[in-house]
Design a protein around this ligand. Sequence first.
Ligand code: IPE
Ligand code: IPE
Ligand code: MG
Length: 223
Amino acid sequence: MPRHIAFIMDGNGRWAQRRGLPREQGHRFGVKAFRNVLEHCDKLGLEATTFYAFSTENWKRPKREVNAIMKLMDAYLSECEQKIDEYAFRIVFLGDKGVFDEKRRARMERLEARTSNRSRIVNIALNYGGRDEIVNACNRLLADGKETITAEDFKAVLYTASSPEVDMIVRTGGDLRISNFLLWQAAYAELYFTDVLWPDFGPDEVDRAIVEFSKRKRRFGGV
Ligand code: IPE
Ligand code: IPE
Ligand code: MG
């Protein structure tokens, strides 16, 4: 059983386009899938789950689409704040929050602070980029006055510092790449790709990925 699964939630736009809907609708249904998958992972008792929601490169998209995604995100954040005591998990945002306005950033930080003593982790990657994470980690170490560092020092300043190792990365939508996701953490993660588009991805698909994971032989460089 994996302890930590990370999802690249891809395919929302194509899901909508196939139905003759604007891409924004795909993101709306993507949020529904996210809720279902998160709930299922929680039931399965996974220690950590990570969801790639918006990358540092996604700002290149048309303004209208970016705005729609931010609106969905704000609605979700506000719902989280209201229901914080019904949820049992710790919320951690991966990525540079510095780009967000004060109101949104404060809300993200409040959610993190209010859930910080919980053990089960949900990482939401927003304005996340693997390269940005590595550069940010280096700058934090430099600011601490470090001249030489160990891998442990490095891990401690990554956005994922509070999570166990990533066991599996699941990408929906059929593309075979990692798109700047968890570059350091992916070192020995099992990779699982499916053609299913994110809005169609659900508990059964999660179970399928876990069955596949259980069949993989992880050697970590050994024999
Ligand atoms: C993933 O779905 C969601 C985000 C990147 C925000 P896409 O919007 O990339 O959907 P496709 O890949 O264009 O179908
Ligand atoms: C990766 O999907 C980012 C998220 C799922 C948030 P993209 O749709 O942005 O990736 P590319 O552009 O196909 O590589
Ligand atoms: Mg995509």
